[in-house]
Design a protein around this ligand. Sequence first.
Ligand SMILES: [Zn+2]
Length: 244
Amino acid sequence: MLLLRSRDSRLTPAFAPVPRSLYLEPHMIHEVFPVGLLQCNCSILGDERSGEAIVVDPGDDIPRILAILQRHNLRVTQILITHAHIDHIAGAARLKALTGAPILYNSRDLDLVKIMDMQASWLGLARAPDVPPPDDTLDEGRIITLATAPDSTKPPIAAHVLHTPGHTQGSVCLYLPDHSLLLAGDTLFAGSVGRTDLPGGDTNTLLRSIHHKLLPLPDATVVIPGHGPSTTIGDERATNPFLI
Ligand SMILES: [Zn+2]
């Protein structure tokens, strides 16, 4: 969900923009753009050598996602969800229906899928989106790769799954070490951390996840949170009021 913890623990929204398009290395296309009512940061990671792409957190605005894929001549092969909150997962079934790509998320978030009606009511929506169970689960240590061109000597684009419970029980971050990039879902934000007052949330668990899984990453790692502006691990380790 959108709401973050502010320094005084009240909940404040974050609407600041993220970089529109990042080309982190010659073969990787990375587009980041906010989707839906709560402006969830959706990412498209593509390999221009093979034309394969991963879409992360297609919460809404599926026509826009398809247009960006088409602009880069990319074909979605996997739909990854950082956690099963409605603003991150609501468009996944539609994107799967249109592209045939499987949906992957951590199965510990199935309890949240079962209360999608309640999640819709949080947003004032009359109808809950259709959210299927995952075609495959995103568990700790799993590595999601994109096919590369057959004649390429470079390694494939690889996203390592870090299980970071706390915001939800099944929250995951996606770490791309070769690209110094972390897609953090709603676990870590610029100057804030994920809220823990929704079903399945737990503050101690969240802080443990961040301290044990995220802060050990290199300082220069660029963090794309689930909402709001990008940051780096070094900046958050030094200045995030919830972590120092
Ligand atoms: Zn959330």
